[in-house]
Design a binder for this molecule. Structure first.
Ligand SMILES: [Cu+2]
Length: 178
């Protein structure tokens, strides 16, 4: 009897230190979205200030006037992108957005996709209310992601969520939360 009690105690002790399946399930999982761009430092920084664009493109860069010309023609540069375009995740998952491009972006939840706060990049689409005012609006500024940094989105409810960049509004992600 004594042996049985001792062995039960030892088993209970061992279990209390081992992470149980239940605890492992409680760790929030993370899914990642990557923001990309291939800005050309020479032309971007001449117009927008030193260090606005840091060279990440290794020869694949898009010059600032070309970015505007492509957007105006309704064929925005595909190098400016959120990947993936659609995210499927369970409720409670952390959505981690990392800017691996050369310049800042925003990751802004919108009711409907539309234009951003730089009219000449909107290809005629009206600015969506969530982007209005640009960085003079704190609600927009707080969704900014600087080059090389992460932003974590938590607490997304079940259902569909739409996110876009308020600067480059063709950068769009649909998040389906189950
Ligand atoms: Cu952007």
């Amino acid at each position: 009897m004594r042996t049985l009690i001792t062995s039960l105690f030892v088993t209970a002790l061992a279990l209390s230190f081992a992470p149980t399946e239940h605890e492992q399930e409680n760790l929030p999982s993370v899914t990642q979205v990557v923001a990309l761009d291939e800005c050309d430092p020479a032309t971007f920084n001449a117009a927008l200030g030193p260090d606005f664009c840091k060279n990440v493109a290794l020869g694949a860069a898009t010059k600032l006037p070309d970015l505007f010309a492509k957007a105006a023609a309704g064929k925005p540069d595909p190098g400016w992108d959120f990947e993936p375009d659609i995210v499927h995740m369970k409720k409670g998952t952390i959505l981690d957005v990392v800017d691996q491009g050369g310049e800042p972006h925003t990751f802004t939840e919108v009711a409907q996709f539309g234009g951003g706060f730089i009219g000449d990049l909107n290809a005629g689409e009206a600015v969506v209310p969530e982007c209005a005012g640009g960085f003079s609006n704190v609600a927009v500024a707080k969704t900014r992601i600087l080059q090389g940094s992460h932003s974590q989105i938590t607490g997304l409810s079940k259902g569909e969520h739409l996110f876009e960049c308020c600067i480059h509004p063709w950068m769009r992600v649909k998040v389906e939360v189950k």
